[in-house]
Structures are given as C-alpha cells and as structure tokens.
Design a protein around this ligand. Structure first.
Ligand SMILES: Cc1cc2nc3c(=O)[nH]c(=O)nc-3n(C[C@H](O)[C@H](O)[C@H](O)COP(=O)(O)OP(=O)(O)OC[C@H]3O[C@@H](n4cnc5c(N)ncnc54)[C@H](O)[C@@H]3O)c2cc1C
Length: 536
C-alpha cells in the first residue's frame, strides 16, 4: 500500500520563480511532448501527494544502478524507477566493459600506468569538450568504484581488444585499461551479466526497483530544491519523494527524433540504445534551467544495415579492419581508416559536399574479396546467406548495382592493393596504430606484411551497406565533480544529479577507450551517492 506524505505550501517568491521557469520552458515544449503534453513542466511541492519516499531516487536502471547501490551501502534508502519492465537499459545489452586507467588487474600484471598519465591522456582524448575538474573526478574515483564493485562480488578482467582508442596520444596505454566483468550468472555475459549482478547486489542491500514507471517531471520546493519526481505508472501519477536527491540516469536522447535533429551534427541511423532512451532526463533538467554540454556529440559507431528487416548491426574494426576489405562511398573513394576505433570512424561519415549538398560518405559500402569471405565474418555472420550482404562476381557489376562510380572504384582498389601488398596505407594510415593491430588486425596471419592489410584480388566480392549510427548520445545537463547538475548561471540545482548518457558526459567529445561510457556512468553514480551520503 502506498504511503502518502504532506508537502510544504508555496511562497510568493517561489510562485514568481515558477512562473519564470514556465516561461523559459515554453520554447522547448515540442521536444517535451513525449513526457506529458499539456502538463506543467515542473511540479511544485504543494501540488503533490507522495506514493513513496527514499533518501535517493534514481531514474533509470542502467549505469544509474550504481548510484542506488552505493547509496544503500552508505546507509541511505534508495529507489530506482525504471520505465521498462526490467532493469539494465542499454547497459544490459552492452559488452559491459569499463575503462579504468591504472586498474588493479594492470597492477597485478605489472602494466605501468599512473594518475598523471591517465589525466594527460583524457585531456587529449576528450577533444576539448571535458574539463580538468571532470577528468580528475573520473580518474580519482573510477578505481574506488571498481573496488566497491568487488565488495559486491563483481570481479573484472582485462579485455583482449578495444583498449585505448588513441594509444599514441600522450598518456596512452596500448593494453590494460579496459576491464570486462567476470560473470557469475550462468548463461549471461558482458553487460547482461553486469546489470544482473548489480541488481542482485542492490536488492540484497535493500534498493527498491520499481518497473514500468516512467519519470515525467521533477518536483521543486519553494527554495528551488528538487524534492521528488512525478512518474507515471499504469496511466496514473506515481509520485516519489527524494529526501537527499534525484539522480537522472535515463540514458541519451537517441530515440527522440526532434532532439536528434536539432542537437546533433548530422543524422544517426538505427541507433543502438534501448528505445526508452528519449531524453526524458534531459528535458526534466532543462525545465529547471540546467546548462547543457556536448549536445552535438554521440558515442558513434557505423552500422551495417539490413533495410528489409529494418535492423542495424554494429560495424567495427574487428570486421572492417581485417585484411582484404575496404569501405568506400558512392564516389568509389575510401574515406577513413577502417581498422580504427568506431567513434572516430563515425566522424568521417559527416563530410559535407557543398556542391551537391549531401553528406558524401552516406551511404557507404563495405567491400570484401573472396579470400576475406573465406576467413572472416560480416555483421557477425558468415558472409554467405547473410541478410546484410550482397555478392557480385565482379567489381564492375557491384558498382553498377549499387550506384558507385565504377572507374573510381577500380582506381581506389588498384591503389589500395599496391600499398597493402607492402603493408602500408599512406592515405589513411590503417594498421599503424597499436589499436588497429590489436583490434582490427589478424595477428595470426604470417602471410601478410601488416595484420590489417591485404590486397583485394579475387571475386566474388561481398558488399554491405554502412551508415553512421550511435551507441548513445553523450550530451546532457552539465555536471560538476560531485555529479550535481548546474544551471545556466553555473549554480548547483540543489539535490539534482545526472550520470551516464543523460549528463554532459565527462568524456566530452571523445571516447578514450573501450568501456568509456559504462565506466563513466557507474563512476559518477558512485560519486553522486557519496555526495548525498555526506549531506547533513
Ligand atoms: C551492443 C552494445 C555494446 C556496448 N558495449 C559497451 C561497452 O562494452 N562498454 C561501454 O562503456 N559502453 C558500451 N556500449 C554503450 C553503453 O551501453 C551505453 O552508452 C551505456 O550503457 C549508457 O548507460 P546509461 O546508464 O546512460 O543508459 P542506459 O543503460 O540505456 O539506461 C537508461 C535507462 O533509463 C530508462 N529510462 C529512460 N527514460 C526513463 C524515464 N523517464 N523514467 C525511468 N526510466 C527511464 C531506460 O529504460 C533505461 O533502462 C554498448 C552499446 C551497445 C548497444
């Protein structure tokens, strides 16, 4: 049975403040349509009766689970509200990797790393859109978060690939910083195992998970403090009071077409995040005047597309960068290093041609020769009888069928082949970085000069369409080193925290290494919980 709680009356000062807030949010009401048309965008304490209360209320059960679990371990009560019928979000379908510089597994194996090196690396790999404050908060807390997870029974091991994505940047380390969770759950691995291990630990500590319940609006008291949330359950309001804070952990805005159109630098296709990630947390924070960061950015990856089935599958260096294949645009030209990490690779799709007014690399086509097809997969499947793949006997047929400039394609492949035979790629430097060699290349091949490069020599040729996609948008409410949300004047919005892809991500405009997104969401959830525990 729900418990009801009384709330304080509204003062004249707060009434005037709320009128101002209502004015500022009117302009963005279109994007708000998904979270409650016709309702006030911020609720005020006097209008609310509470169904539940806890010290900490977390909205979203992906990486946000860590905030609730750590809060419970700190002796606070915690509730997780989740829109979906089960926990996990995109974190639950992810690889579950986390990027942890100077981690305990590296120390055990004697791989050198340091706080200073990690900070230096992040300052380059966040591409100018993070801050020293956030970078230091991450580096100083991520190992504490990992140690805490180990007390919950979650152990980690070094992932054999997808390590630092720019290992040649100052402070980069080619191998060791990306950890993968060791599953203790039969039949589950990666992110699926991680979220289930977290949920089990949370429930053990008394965290209450409430599913099929979507947060809609934040509730503020007359002093402008966030004191709870209006959620919706079975079509009715379900209001939860938060005594110490609300944590926005609702993921990105990948599935809010209006936000995608108006914030991102270009289109994204077949976004891989769970469908419930419609920017709800962003909108709730914007309604309180939150400042925004990185709204132009995505954690990007290219996707192979099966248009008939309407599905995308991530197209990563582990396939694109294997010897005997290239990616070209419809002009028959290569345009990026196919063996590089997916996030920087995705940037290359947004070259705009101001003559034809098109993105010249959308769509693109992966092309592999018969030797590739005999050894490797495409979209995680064998190339034959593969819904993502079409096969042509000759390059000329392939070009005609796909609308690619055939003469240019022949030229591109001739040039690529000439250099690939020597183990070099003067155009895009494929196979030069330690990342390419570790993740994209095939180091078992002794017949080629570079594990990422082999000429495309014999048909049939296998091709798959590729478009730029996302594994999550990464912009959102600006946070400080305590994960507290800041307003447009740089002031803390009291009791409001944001983590993961519903925050202006501390990874800024980059993706330092495998596990950067799950790692940062869990770490800032850990930080937020500690901050709430320290409050009087
Ligand atoms: C196949 C795949 C593999 C990946 N592998 C990795 C990896 O190994 N390492 C890595 O770092 N990243 C990886 N990523 C990216 C990573 O999964 C996401 O960036 C990360 O999980 C985002 O975490 P989050 O907590 O911000 O969002 P999510 O995990 O998506 O959680 C958000 C949750 O909020 C819920 N929600 C939304 N709106 C509301 C609302 N109004 N009220 C209540 N709940 C709401 C959603 O239902 C969802 O459960 C991968 C992604 C994919 C698709």
């Amino acid at each position: 049975m729900s418990k009801k709680f009384a709330s304080k009356p509204m003062s004249r000062r707060s009434f005037l403040r709320s009128a101002a807030v209502a004015g500022t949010v009117a302009a963005s009401s279109g994007a708000l349509a998904g979270i409650g048309v016709g309702k006030p965008k911020v609720a005020h304490a006097q209008d609310v009766t509470w169904a539940k209360e806890a010290d900490v209320v977390v909205l979203g059960s992906g990486t946000g689970q860590m905030a609730a679990i750590r809060a419970a371990a700190n002796g606070l009560s915690a509730i997780v509200l989740e829109k979906a019928p089960f926990a996990g979000g995109t974190t639950g379908i992810s690889g579950g990797g986390i990027w942890v510089p100077n981690n305990y597994r590296m120390q055990e194996l004697g791989i050198p790393d340091s706080r200073e090196q990690a900070i230096e690396y992040m300052s380059h790999a966040t591409f100018g859109q993070s801050t020293p404050e956030l970078i230091e908060a991450y580096v100083d807390n991520v190992n504490l978060m990992v140690e805490f997870s180990r007390t919950l029974g979650i152990e980690w091991d070094i992932l054999p690939y997808f390590q630092d994505y720019y290992p040649e940047f100052p402070g980069g380390v080619p191998e060791g910083r990306t950890l993968s969770p060791i599953s203790t759950i039969e039949g589950a691995s990666g992110g699926g195992a991680l979220v289930r291990m977290l949920q089990a630990a949370g429930e053990e500590l008394g965290v209450e998970y409430i599913f099929n319940t979507a947060a809609k609006r934040l509730v503020v008291n007359p002093d402008g403090e966030v004191i709870g949330v209006i959620a919706e359950q079975d079509g009715a309001d379900f209001n939860v009071r938060a005594l110490r804070g609300v944590v926005l952990a609702t993921g990105g805005f990948d599935h809010n077409p209006e936000m995608v159109t108006h914030f991102l630098r270009g289109p994204i296709y077949y976004p891989s995040a769970v469908r419930g990630n419609t920017g709800d947390g962003h909108l709730m924070a914007m309604a309180l005047g939150a400042n925004l960061r990185n709204m132009n950015e995505i954690f990007g990856w290219p996707v192979f597309v099966d248009e008939e089935a309407g599905i995308g599958a991530n197209a990563l260096a582990t396939e694109l960068g294997k010897p005997g294949a290239i990616v070209v645009n419809t002009r028959g030209k290569r345009f990026f290093n196919e063996a590089s990490a997916y996030d920087p690779a995705t940037r290359s799709f947004y070259d705009y041609d101001n003559g034809t007014h098109t993105y010249e690399n959308i769509p693109a086509y992966f092309i592999a020769d018969a030797a590739y097809a005999s050894r490797y997969t495409i979209a995680y499947r064998p190339p034959e009888d593969n819904p993502f793949v079409t096969k042509y006997d000759t390059l000329a047929e392939l070009a005609t069928a796909l609308g690619i400039d055939g003469a240019a394609l022949e030229e591109t492949i001739a040039r690529f082949n000439e250099y690939a035979a020597q183990g070099i790629d003067p155009d895009y430097h494929r196979g030069e970085s330690a990342f390419d060699q570790l993740t994209g290349g095939d180091r078992t091949r002794t017949d080629i000069a570079n594990p990422c490069l082999a000429p495309l020599t014999e048909g049939p040729y296998y091709t798959a369409k590729i478009l730029p996609g996302s594994l999550g948008t990464c912009g959102g409410p600006q946070v400080n080193a305590n994960a507290q949300v800041l307003n447009v004047w740089g002031e803390v919005i009291p009791n409001l925290y944001a983590v993961g892809n519903s925050s202006g991500n501390p990874m800024g405009g980059g993706y330092p290494g495998g596990g950067s997104t799950v790692g940062v969401g869990m770490t800032f959830g850990f930080i937020a919980a500690n901050h709430m525990a320290e409050k009087a």
